[in-house]
Design a protein around this ligand. Structure first.
Ligand code: ADP
Ligand code: GLC
Length: 494
């Protein structure tokens, strides 16, 4: 195997800065690639909160003026790894507290286009070694719309590395008006529907989709779904056109962070052999949320961004029917104010069965994974989804819709098969037959039937906990892809 140089660019990476699954992926895939023997650099914007999170002062690699902005480049190490991490520090654009993408009211920062154009530009300069660091990658890997202009800028250089662009969520496209396109000084030739223009707007994500050598998304099913109008968010035509260069590689999980046997954030650690200890986490969670501490009740959990994608409206609409059953539901979430309000109202109506914490809370997320019996993810679409993977590892059976990565990673449990057949199957959760209230309610009832047969429930928990979702396999797939792209380039050159 040839060791390759890989520049991995992302707008977030756990534990330095995280708002969702992209943070988890960018915080663990680079390390997995490094462990396979490659030389990886992670590039991130130096948000103020990120700089405050650093345990040690980073090393300055240089200072430049880029597009009229003063940019410092810092080098640090991704915590608990040896991955060199480059921080693009432009105080005027990134030196503000709070969320990377929006203000405290949830409104996108008004200069997001300038912020992520500059990030893409600096990443392109690094990728082509224009800043004199004497490190030129073989592969540049960008993620989501925030990295969309990176391959566009990179294309301006004569020789450039091979480029991969990963779609984590097509619902976020980085759309801006024509005036912004002009302010960014992008060449007029790019204002075209085959380039960056999308219905008279500037689309950052199209930069990634049109100008990268290869596109990936985070599950095989989502890779197929986004070529159809139902899931393509308007990009289906372009994605179908690029089908030969589009593939799906499932996310892995960081098994050091998400491991019930070693997790320091949960009340009582446990493993497949000591599943009874999981019950202590259930009791503690019920107590923390002021719910009756009753083991006979099925405790359902949810940890989620409160966005339409996540099917939170299905849950809200189903509450009167669901809460007629012997179940409790705890939800940790933040996002859309409408959903936050509706959840608060529902808690007043069902105080003994429903509990909600609004906000972002890493510890509570782990405690829900450990304490719940069933984990709900009724997503309308789900590129991959990580919580259903964490839940399986924690023996918390996921109940999911048959879409995207959920369909690829959860095996349905059917009780109409005999107990014996179930014993021999690989069932690890519950897959709804479709995205609907009726299917949600039917699946919760199926879960209750299984919960009533504790031996079978335990069996399915053990299957789920034994499944391998570590990064090893997926990182190997990315390496194969990189090699394939580099071979293709050699073939063109020779
Ligand atoms: P998405 O990236 O679409 O939000 P994923 O399932 O891929 O969905 O990843 C979500 C990640 O963010 C998980 O690690 C999950 O635990 C975490 N998360 C989501 N909402 C919260 C929250 N309110 N508090 C803590 N962690 C959260
Ligand atoms: C996105 C998707 C989610 C995926 C995550 C990481 O935020 O919504 O399904 O798991 O990215 O790839």
């Amino acid at each position: 195997m040839t060791a390759r140089r890989i520049l991995y660019c992302s707008s977030e990476a756990y534990p330095l800065i995280k708002t969702g699954g992209l943070g988890d992926v960018a915080g663990s895939l680079p390390r997995a690639l490094q462990q396979l023997g490659h030389d990886v650099r992670l590039v991130l914007p130096a948000y103020r909160d990120l700089l405050h999170n650093l345990a040690q002062r980073p090393r300055q690699l240089g200072q430049w003026e880029v597009d009229g902005q003063l940019v410092n480049l810092w080098q640090t190490t991704l915590p608990a790894s040896r991955v060199k991490t480059w921080l693009v520090d432009c105080p005027a654009l990134f030196g503000r507290p709070g969320n990377p993408y929006h203000d405290t009211d949830g409104e996108p920062w008004p200069d997001n286009a300038q912020r992520f154009a500059l990030f893409g530009k600096v990443a392109a300069l690094l990728a082509s070694d224009q800043l004199g660091l004497e490190w030129q990658p073989d592969i540049v890997h960008g993620n989501d719309w925030q990295c969309g202009l990176l391959p566009v800028y990179l294309n301006e250089f004569d020789s450039r590395p091979a480029t991969v662009f990963t779609i984590h969520n097509l619902a976020y496209q980085g759309l801006f008006d024509r005036a912004t396109f002009e302010q960014l000084g992008l060449p007029e030739s790019l204002w075209h529907f085959t380039a960056l223009e999308y219905h008279n707007q500037l689309s950052f994500i199209k930069g990634g989709l049109v100008y990268s050598d290869h596109l990936t998304t985070v599950s095989p099913t989502y890779a197929r779904e986004i070529q159809t109008p139902a899931f393509g968010q308007g990009m289906e035509g372009l994605l179908a056109y690029r089908a030969a260069d589009l593939s799906g590689i499932l996310n892995g999980i960081d098994t050091r962070v998400w491991n019930p046997g070693t997790d320091r954030l949960i009340v009582k650690r446990y493993n497949r052999q000591h599943l009874a200890d999981k019950g202590i986490n259930k009791q503690a969670l019920q107590a923390q949320f002021d719910l009756p501490q009753d083991n006979a009740v099925l405790l359902m959990g949810m940890v989620t961004r409160l966005a339409e994608q996540k099917g939170i409206d299905l849950i809200l609409d189903s509450l009167p029917d669901l809460l007629r059953l012997p179940v409790q539901l705890v939800i940790l979430g933040s996002g859309d104010k409408r959903y936050e309000q509706r959840l608060q109202e529902a808690v007043r109506q069902y105080p003994r069965q429903l509990a909600v914490t609004l906000g972002y809370d890493e510890t509570l997320a782990h405690r829900i994974e450990a304490g719940a019996d069933l984990f709900l993810m009724p997503s309308r679409f789900e590129p991959c989804g990580l919580n259903q993977l964490y839940s399986q590892r924690y023996g918390t059976l996921p109940l999911v819709t048959p879409v995207g990565g959920l369909a690829d990673t959860v095996m349905d449990t059917r009780l109409d098969t005999s107990g014996q057949a179930l014993q021999e199957s690989e069932a690890s959760g519950f897959v709804m037959s479709e995205v609907s209230r009726a299917a949600l309610e039917e699946s919760v009832e199926r879960a209750l039937e299984l919960y009533a047969q504790q031996t079978l429930w335990r069996h399915v928990q053990r299957i789920a906990m034994g499944r391998d979702f570590s990064w090893q396999r997926s990182a190997g797939r990315y390496v194969q892809l990189y090699e394939q792209l580099l071979q293709q380039r050699m073939a063109v050159i020779t």
